[in-house]
Every structure is written in C-alpha cells, then in structure tokens.
Design a protein around this ligand. Sequence first.
Ligand code: PLP
Length: 372
Amino acid sequence: MIFLDNASTTKVCSDAIASINLACEELYFNPSALYGEALKVRNLIEESRREIATLLGVASDEIYFTSCATESNNWAFERGIKNKKGNIVVSSSEHASVYESAMSQKSKGLDVRFVKLNSDGTINEDDLLSKIDQDTSFVSIIHCSNETGAVNDIGRLCRKIKEINSKTLVHSDGVQAFCKTDVKLKSLGVDFYSISGHKVGGLKGIGVLYIKKGLFISPFITGGGQERGLRSGTENVAGILSFSKAAKYYKAHYDGELIRKMRAYLIAELIPLGAIINGANNSESILSVSVPGIKAEILQHMLSDDGVIIGLGSACSAKSRNNRVLSAIGKTQKEIEGSIRISFGLGNDMEQVMRATELIKNNITKLRGMML
Ligand code: PLP
C-alpha cells in the first residue's frame, strides 16, 4: 500500500508507540494523584510539554494540551475574543474547525470579515490589512493550508496587523506547518497557535494550544483544574507522550528536499495530461491538482483498488465536494470535482511515488475513456 494522504493523518511512529505502551502498561496512574508512581507520570507530561515548547520556541507554561486541534481552534475563538462588540477577521482558507468557530461568533452578532485569497492560495495582504481597524479584536490566519498547501507568511502578516492595531490578538492554525517548517512562535509574534498530534506520527485525539504568556484567557472546559486551571479533564497521558516523541522524530527525519523532488516528479508527469496545480506558493508536503474531465472520487476508488491512497482535499470536507477553499481561489465546480490532494509524509520514497504516478496516469486515461 502506498499512502499519499498524510495531510489527513499519519502512521503512529515507533517512538510514539513505545511511549504509549509505557503510559498504558506501566505508568497508568492518574497524574493528579499524590503517590510516587503518579509523580512519575506527572514528570513525563511536563517533559513532553518542554519538548513541544522547545520545538515551537516558547516557554513550557505557554503550552496547553487539548483533545485535538479542533478543540484548540474552538478554544482560541471562544475565549480569545473578549470584545463581543467589535469585529474579527478570518482568512478564507481556514479549516472547518476555524471557519465554524467564526460562523458561531457571527451568529452571536459579531462582525466577521472574511479575507480574500490570491490565486496561489495565500491570503490577500491588501484585503487583510484593509479589514483591520481599531475595533478588530481577533484575527485568524492558517499557517499552511490543508487544502492547497499554500503557506502564509505569518510573521510578516502578524507584524502588519499589530502596526494597525496593537491590541488585536492573532491566532494561527499551524497543524499542517508544524514539524515541516521551522515554526518559532516568538519570531512569528502570534498570540495563539494550534497543532495536532496525529499529523506528525502521534496518536489521534491530542492537540496543543499555545497561549502567549500574559494573556488572561478563561477555561474552555472547567472541572478539576488540570492544565494550570485552564483545561480540565484527566490528561490523555498516552496521547501527550506520543505527541512529543512523534514530533521530535518527525522534525528530525522530515526531508523537505526529497519531498520536493517527489512532488516535482508527480507534477511533471501530470501536467501533460492537462492537470492544473491548485495554488503556487506551496509547502512541499501538500499537492492539490485538478484533473479536467474526471470525477476525483472515482479516481480515488480506482487507486485504492490498486493500493494507492490519495485524498480529495480535507478529509473533513471530503463528503461535500463543494470545496470552500478551492472556490475562494477561483476554481470552477468542474475543477473542484476533478481535484485530488496528494500529501507526502515520512514513509514515502521516490520508488513509491513513481509507482503511484504510473497508476494515477493509467487510471486517468481509463476514466476519461469511460466518460466519453
Ligand atoms: N486544522 C487543520 C489545518 C487540519 O488539517 C486539521 C485536520 O485535518 C485540523 C485543524 C483538525 O485537527 P484535529 O484532527 O486534531 O482536530
């Protein structure tokens, strides 16, 4: 099987599995208990927090474990927006967990301003800056688009936003950027940043919200006071340990150059078939392509029968082919219906990509013949 849907999830890496086994079989104690065994668990959690903080270039006490990046994004919106009368500004390329959080604020009466995208998939800077004013309390801009792979220059945008309104808080969804680009949050200047364990070889069901020190944010989930009183609930110890081990491993082994070569090979082979690359300023790990004259779901099924797994854009939006982000960069309904998302990860190599490319090309030709 050749897995080319790494933006949807990843295989759990062996370092993470070792830490999961430790948490499940030996150190299964409640980290809030006071006996020595529980203290060992607490220490491991704090070590994981330090490891993730180091990868993000922040202090440990700015890292909060959550159940997933969806929760992190929801929390940032629900508690990061303090002025319920002003406006918030959100890019048009956000994941559903940000988009729906913004829509929920809209339904509560907040002025929500969506920013246009450039045809390369990045946020339109002029439109963004024209929408920020003295009443803008919160801005959310995805770091790397899960649909097109377009990467936004968060550091530059954050500086410009704060030049207009220094009180505006900036959130970025970094799920697809973390461990693939060097994410140092202090130089990006953001106030909130969300990441997820299962995109980098950790367990599903673990996320992090970075909250810049000094921001007074109220809890999203209340109860026993875990996560320094801001996110109650007994910690997902296996998930937390798996996340830090996996992230360290992913960062150390991610080979951007190899992935760029695999991506370039695939693009060169698909262009002669009339394929159009969606977006331009992209991360090497995500490739969105529209293949005119095909239905992407059918191609996906044919490839899966051949042992090749590809995506159709965000797994969360895969059921509805009305792709909000591809529409925002000007793709037609036909192009959206024919769009596939190929995303590379640690286990992929050139041999796999050459084999997958051959099968993709064969199936496109077959499908076009069937649709004549
Ligand atoms: N944000 C982006 C950009 C994503 O790609 C995803 C997952 O698809 C999420 C958020 C949600 O992450 P999780 O599955 O941890 O809730």
